[in-house]
Ligand binder design. Sequence first.
Ligand code: PEP
Length: 248
Amino acid sequence: MAALRHLVAGNWKMNGSRAMAAQLIAELSAGSAGLACDLLVCPPFPYVPIVADLVKGKAIALGAQDCATKESGAHTGDVAAGMLKDCGCSHVLVGHSERRADHGETSAEVAAKATAAQAAGLCAVVCVGETEAQRDAGDTLKIVESQIANSIPTASNAANLVVAYEPVWAIGTGRTPTIGDVEVVHRHIRKLLAAGVQGGTQVRILYGGSVKPANAAELMAVAEVNGALVGGASLKAADFLAIATACR
Ligand code: PEP
């Protein structure tokens, strides 16, 4: 089977400004010719329409960092998946560990968000990953398996689903699992997707958690790693492009 084209996704989190977005997208665009992977940027909500204009005609896809479970109505502060689609998004992150932790999002809620995203025509990037305590207890595969089983909509396929494996303890810490550990988890996720999702062998599985230019080549070469979800290093064009360049 042909190798899946890698996806390198930038999660800007709650960072940025209009000026920063304009400069970053210009630099990414200038440096993205000939890349062997797809690029995705996920700015904060207010910058989504602005970045939509900036990436028009460029090989950079646009995503958001969260969406509501509902289509519309009396849900103050929430943003519907259909609105994101209307504003130019093709992707949306759901179930990022910062949302699971800061907002108490359960896997059932993540599944409802992913379902809403897919119904609106977006590709849901469903994030899973264990905490350090869960890892130390030897529960990594069990936790990831439970998150996959409960966070991924049954109507998923390779076009409307990406899975991001992000060990919580590796996010923003500069620490990463061993290459062997990444491979074990990604192979396990692939097995689960192949068994449980239509076209599951073609669903891209991203690794996320302190991906940097210095470790990207090694991480991106691991079996069943089909790209990266990048936080901090996605805010500097040179770093984000170096990670993308590491994808072969
Ligand atoms: C993330 O926000 O999903 C992430 C992986 O962050 P960082 O790359 O900074 O660890």
